[in-house]
Design a protein around this ligand. Structure first.
Ligand code: HAM
Length: 415
């Protein structure tokens, strides 16, 4: 038997209904914040990701050559594609450009619970603005989205990658090595970062200071430890967030992010209930457009790991009630099948979700199928009732039945 490839999943109808429902919630929040939806190709020139996605993503890239010998890659994330699209066709539009997207990404990772090779991101980008309000808007949107799903236990951690980058530069870490060091710091792999920096002749004192910086976590008071402009910036950001009702955030200078393009504020959301793979959202401010042949513009964005947040909700016991259909039409005998088809079509035209028995089942079996389809009503089409232009309407939950005129059927089902 052929199975789906390792790290990928099939979504059966029940799960798909749940996913679409929550995806719809996220979409409506994004629209409410004035963002508009976009879509980019699932594969891109591999170069788009190689240019600036950082060593983590590169090792995980699904890259291949097509029949025309082009180097392509399945997208591991959607920020680089969004900025490519901006440079190609949106750069003259009034700023800021506020877009969002939902779709699958691919990373060749070791699959485990909450970590897949094909996974879905719901993300947003605010392109062409570099104010604290921009960053606040992105964080506030992320929070509103998470809240809209009803997830209770999550934490927002806000940092500033500029502080760490400056510290690394001051200590003498060469620019071309910064991404590698940051990658280790992101995962708090100090034992691997230490020899790496020693090889670069970074003094022990500096190394320890760098580690200490990544361990600087706490409330707003932590900002006092952030020197110069980044400190001022974070203070102002926290003020705006608070005005927007986003108060419950942590300052964490150890938020490093796995991707290489961030320049300033960075943030993550985590759901402790998930254990090891608890990061449900990540983002920050960055510049990428100049790499893709455009002008340098500042942007801020984030992506929610859709699969992970759904997993966290499940673990919190947030249950989703399957919708089912409004009505299931059961012809009692062969000679009323045409009439049953007519009634089904009539109800569908009236906007009622309606299905009918197409397998010639006996009543008991047909009603069982109607239950499994979670139909609210069964419509039993029998010869005797048809003579009075009527059918039997059965409430599936209570079992109550009544005779209803066909002309009034749509109204009765809609209640
Ligand atoms: P990221 O942190 O690499 O950021 O991914 C965002 C989210 O996608 C993660 O927080 C996680 O929830 C989810 N995720 C990542 N890898 C996997 C996986 N293998 N399986 C399941 N979920 C996963 C970005 O991708 C940036 N483009 C975010 C961004 C947008 N930054 C600025 N704009």
């Amino acid at each position: 038997m052929i199975q789906c490839p390792r790290g990928t999943r099939d979504f059966l109808p029940d799960e798909m209904e749940r996913r679409r429902y929550y995806e719809g919630k996220l979409r409506s929040v994004a629209l409410r914040f004035g963002f508009r939806e976009t879509e980019t190709p699932i594969f891109e020139d591999a170069e788009l990701f190689i240019l600036r996605s950082g060593p983590n993503v590169l090792n995980e890239l699904y890259a291949f050559k097509d029949k025309g010998d082009r180097d392509l890659a399945l997208r591991p994330e959607m920020t680089a594609p969004a900025i490519r699209m901006f440079v190609n066709s949106m750069s003259n539009e009034p700023k800021p450009i506020k877009i969002f997207y939902f779709g699958q990404c691919f990373r060749y990772e070791r699959p485990q619970s909450g970590r897949y090779r094909e996974f879905f991101q719901f993300g947003a980008e605010l392109i062409g603005s570099a104010t604290p309000e921009t960053d606040a808007e992105a964080i506030a949107l992320a929070v509103a989205m998470i809240e809209s799903l009803g997830l209770r236990d999550y934490k927002i951690r806000i940092g500033h990658i500029g502080v760490l980058r400056q510290k690394l530069a001051d200590a003498g870490v060469p620019k071309e090595k910064t991404a590698e060091v940051l990658q280790k710091l992101d995962k708090k792999l100090y034992d691997e970062a230490r020899p790496m920096m020693e090889d670069m002749n970074i003094g022990t004192h500096d190394v320890e200071e760098i580690f200490e910086l990544t361990e600087t976590v706490g409330g707003i008071e932590v900002i006092d430890k952030v020197p110069g402009e980044p400190g001022e910036y974070l203070r102002s950001l926290i003020g705006i967030l608070s005005a927007m009702g986003v108060e419950d955030v942590e300052i964490d200078l150890g938020v490093v992010r796995g991707l290489d393009y961030y320049t300033g504020m960075v943030f993550e959301a985590e759901a402790p209930v998930l254990g090891a793979e608890k990061q449900i959202c990540g983002g920050g401010s960055y510049t990428l457009s100049e790499l893709f042949g455009g002008e340098r513009v500042f942007s801020t964005g984030f992506a929610i790991g859709f699969d992970r947040i759904l997993l966290a909700m499940e673990k919190e016991g947030i249950s989703y009630e399957q919708k089912g259909i409004d009505a299931y039409v059961v012809p009692v005998s062969d000679d009323v099948r045409i009439k049953a088809a007519e009634i089904t079509a009539m109800l569908r035209r009236a906007g009622i979700s309606c299905d009918m028995d197409i397998m010639g089942r006996k009543m008991a079996k047909a009603l069982k199928y109607a239950s499994s389809a979670r139909a609210r009503f069964a419509i039993i089409v029998g010869k005797n009732e048809l003579e009075q232009d009527s059918v039997t309407l059965r409430n599936m939950a209570s079992g109550d039945q009544e005779i209803v005129q066909i002309t009034e059927l749509a109204g009765s089902v809609q209640g």
